[in-house]
Design a protein around this ligand. Sequence first.
Ligand SMILES: C[S@@+](CC[C@H](N)C(=O)[O-])C[C@H]1O[C@@H](n2cnc3c(N)ncnc32)[C@H](O)[C@@H]1O
Length: 276
Amino acid sequence: MTNAQSVSDHWGKGDVYARILEAMKLAEIDPNFATIEDLAPVDHFHARGFAGTVDLADVLPIQEGDRLVDIGCGIGGPARYLAKRFHCHVDGLDITEPFVEAAERLSMLVGMEDMVEFRHGDGQKLPYKNEAFDGGYAQHVTMNVPDRDAFFADAFRVLKPGAFFALTEHGLGEVWEPHHPVPWSEDGTGAHLMRPSDTVAALERAGFSRIQVTNTGAKYLQGYRAAIERSEKGEAPVFGVHILLGELAPQIVRNAARNIEEDRTHPVQIVCFKSK
Ligand SMILES: C[S@@+](CC[C@H](N)C(=O)[O-])C[C@H]1O[C@@H](n2cnc3c(N)ncnc32)[C@H](O)[C@@H]1O
């Protein structure tokens, strides 16, 4: 099995859109009147969820009318949020086909199909023209990417001079190796973590400059601990990312916290630019 297939199989089990609709009904969210705020507990599918997307958006120099690329867009929550907040257009791409289908259908559900569009593909070989975008980002994607040089080089290629590129990821900590399962891998298969300093070096090799790295470990840890506490008290929300993570969700969240505490993973947010 190729790395792409195993990554896709890991993330997109079954009919993702049907599972989300089913969970909406359980949470008494009427799909006919759903808003992007209603979807936020599920469709920002990364550490800290919606709060993490807002933190990233707050530091990005996005202008009204921009065209952005979201590499590894998942089911499209961040793309829809940025498009609505900044009145821009977002092209999302993801390697997991059921996620792309869910992203399209959820966008139709909330009437945003004119502001976002989604394609199935691999971030290591983007199906876009050179210098097509004013900015790009990959939120919690690169943990599954074996060839960072190809991934960053193609991001660089599709960005206009002066554009920003942002990524958030769980970098590798000083202690080998992470406890599994984690969100991006059940047993280490398809996992390609890198130390933050190596990620910065790869971004530089691709041509990016003005690289700013923020350690997000403490914030993520706080988020994971809060989720663990809610779950232990039986207060986990009906409509939450466990719908996508599956039955291993409690163990995954515990390991994600433990890995940061034991310096096995080192989460970072990185913002950089393609020089003019
Ligand atoms: C944790 S989810 C994040 C989804 C989305 N970025 C978000 O923040 O809601 C990781 C996503 O990365 C995607 N992914 C992993 N490797 C990829 C690759 N090489 N190209 C495109 N997408 C990829 C997975 O399919 C999955 O949707």
